[in-house]
Design a binder for this molecule. Sequence first.
Ligand SMILES: [Zn+2]
Length: 292
Amino acid sequence: MVNELLMHTRRKELILVGLWFGKNKPNMNVFLGPFGFTQFNELYGFNQCLHPGECVKNPNKANSRDSGNIKYPLQNKVPKNRNIQDTIEHMRLASDSRKPVFGVKNPPQLINLISFPFLSGYGSDSMHLVSGIAKPFATMLYGNIKKGGLFPKTMILKIDIALINIKATHQIVRLTRSFTEKEFWKAREWENWTLFFNMPILSNVLPSHFVIHWALFVKAMYLLMKEEISTFELDFVDQLLHEFVSKTKFIYSKAAMTYNVHSLLHLASSVYHWGPLWAHNEFSFEYGNGDC
Ligand SMILES: [Zn+2]
């Protein structure tokens, strides 16, 4: 996507860099090779900071042989942000040892691009981020087909009734289906749920400390999708998201401290470099699925 184009042109004139044809999802390593960093589910998976990650067992599977997943709980000592000099040194060591060093696998091919800032040069994608936060939090609260949540499933009916009775404006093109069907919601339905529908509904069915905590995320996403965002607002968003992330472990659990949750700590900086979330998200690419 070429950022310099006007918005309506930018979405139509996408640059095709690869095609995947198959029944399964693509092997992302094929596409991630040029970036040189480990994936989100491996240690040191962030290209912004040196949070090592921690293997955390799901509390529901505490006694099983399941070894857990990499999570990013807040640490007593704030992990350092990556800097260019150290990262180049990590690349050199990784290249010599042929093993990842602090999450750096090899010198990224993008390092050869003149003027490309290979640490701040990756923007956050709000399509995956908003649904990647809203869906697991809804599951923790109300469960899914396989498991229960913190609150009884009888509440889902109340949410469904409230959702049906909301009259959405015509600007909301894809209406969100009933909450019972949330397993099948598309990313846009999760975004609409987050920005427009969930606060008036959840504030009537959840205890206030859950609502106040969730509102931090909703408010932050709303501000980051404004047409213009001031530096004052960006600082405010950064505070909101730090509060949201720091309280998540205490209100939910350590297992809730996912890659997506930690990435919120870097979101204000990403928007500072790349502009509002609507300006460069992957919805445009999603629309192109199946078009080739
Ligand atoms: Zn970080």
